[in-house]
Write a protein that binds this ligand. Structure first.
Ligand code: ADP
Ligand code: MG
Length: 445
């Protein structure tokens, strides 16, 4: 199948051809015709499979083929959870806008508010934004969304995890009319919370799932190492870096402080590393990302602020120095490599503090994850066995109670997840799920 078989406007086909996009990916083949037909969409496919164009192309196509609802309001709005991702999606949108007379703008937190107000006064047809700052502009009345035609939520589940539900609702309410189309995308859409917000914001959405979120990513080789303590982790990390033939690496740590500490350590060893975390100002964040993209630094040490969506060509390795708090972030973190058909390696270091998270990832992936060993760096930690209650003594004594709660804790199921999502959805199938009425829910974050 070719892009032209999807019924896209010729001007878009020309740009695709110019940038040498030859064939639509599976998600593009499935999502684009549905979106062009005007249906709401809840779509998932693995990391690096081309979801961005799967929503950018139909959004632009629709605008090229129809008259705007309003002269001043934006026609398309794309929301993303982080500033870096919004910026990247904006870049891809701008690429596809090449040659068209449409204007677009990027509205993210950390940038000058008044400059954004000025940009909005020029009535851009398309906006890419983070939800917090966009909601601020709605409140400030620097833009109206009554004429919005397409609303896209990229990494929809992450925006909910980050507590953006109130902002998403505000944006939805500002653009509430019958003809608005809403498209939601992520590699992991099996959150119950996604279902709730989808049934509020979407109208009889089509669900498209290309594969399932926990399906093994064939282009990513995963390795796991057991670690005793921080020094042991660092020793393993250094050995992995020494032995890997990497072009660029992203290392994920649990906290911002860890990123700083580890970066300093790597730089002492003359490994060119830079830290990106949410507490830096936007100019610093922009500089760091641009330096990493230009490979001025080979190693980026970061937190989950960079787990979603970022598409950096030379990232051959992802290292989880610490396992993620949210299970899905494992899939997204490792998905920073092995993109668009390239191969990648993912290495995870699992110490006692990471054990629960590791087990949740194992349950989520439905795989028995084996541990590798490095010569001379074998530790003592072998994982934590869930303690079974002592059945010989049925008295409910203190030790038994403790063991029972511990066993329960270890066996705890991953966070609420909508199991129904993938049931009976064969790879590549679309299913139609009727709209469910739900009362608005107060957000807990
Ligand atoms: P996802 O959002 O699914 O993680 P992206 O939209 O970021 O993936 O795309 C991943 C990479 O694949 C990008 O570099 C993008 O330019 C490239 N890409 C997208 N569509 C195609 C295609 N049809 N053919 C080749 N490369 C593509
Ligand atoms: Mg993406």
């Amino acid at each position: 199948m070719q892009f032209k078989d999807l019924g896209l406007d010729n001007r878009l086909l020309k740009t695709l051809n110019h940038f040498d996009f030859k064939k639509p990916t599976t998600i593009q083949q499935q999502a684009i015709p549905v979106a062009i037909a005007g249906k709401d969409l809840l779509a998932s496919s693995k990391t690096g499979s081309g979801k961005t164009l799967a929503f950018v192309l139909p959004m632009l196509h629709k605008s090229l083929k129809s008259k705007a609802f309003s002269a001043k309001d934006p026609r398309g709005l794309i929301l993303a959870p982080t500033r870096e991702l919004a910026k990247q999606v904006y870049g891809e949108l701008r690429t596809m806008l090449g040659g068209l007379s449409y204007d677009a703008t990027l509205i993210v937190g950390g940038e000058n508010f008044n400059d954004q107000v000025k940009a909005l006064r020029r009535y851009p047809k398309f906006i890419v934004a983070t939800p917090g700052r966009l909601a601020d502009h709605l409140e400030h009345r620097s833009l109206y969304l009554d004429g919005l035609e397409t609303l896209v939520l990229d990494e929809a589940d992450r925006m909910l995890d980050l507590g953006f539900a109130p902002e998403l609702r505000r944006i939805h309410n500002a653009a509430k009319h019958r003809r608005r189309q809403t498209l939601m995308f992520s590699a992991t859409l099996d959150h119950a919370e996604v279902n709730d917000i989808a049934s509020e914001m979407q109208n009889e959405p089509k669900r498209i799932a290309v594969g399932v979120s926990n399906q093994e990513h064939k282009d990513i080789t995963q390795k796991f190492y057991l670690c005793d303590h921080l020094d042991h982790k660092e020793a393993i990390l250094l050995r992995v870096l020494e032995e890997a033939e990497y072009r660029q690496v992203i290392i994920f740590t649990a906290t911002r402080d860890d990123t700083e500490r580890l970066t300093a350590k790597l730089n002492e060893l003359k490994l060119k590393a830079v830290a990106l975390s949410g507490n830096l100002n936007q100019t610093q964040r922009n500089t760091i990302m641009s330096q990493f993209e230009r490979a001025v630094f080979k190693i980026l040490v970061t937190t989950d602020v960079a787990s979603r969506g970022l598409d950096i060509a030379n990232v051959t390795h992802v290292i989880n120095f610490d396992m993620p708090k949210h299970t899905e972030e494992y899939v997204h973190r490792v998905g920073r490599t092995g993109r668009a058909g390239n191969k990648g390696d993912a290495v995870s270091l699992v110490g006692p503090k990471d054990w629960d998270s590791f087990k949740r990832v194992e349950t989520y992936l439905q795989q028995d994850l084996a541990f590798s060993e490095l010569e001379g760096l074998k530790g003592k930690f072998k994982g934590i066995k869930p303690r079974k209650p002592d059945m010989r003594n049925k008295n409910n004594d203190y030790r038994n109670k403790k063991a029972k709660t511990q066993a329960k804790k270890v066996a705890k199921k991953p966070a609420k997840r909508d199991k129904g999502f993938y049931q009976n959805v064969a790879v590549g199938d679309s299913v139609f799920i009727p709209k469910k009425k739900v009362a608005p829910k107060v957000d807990d974050e």
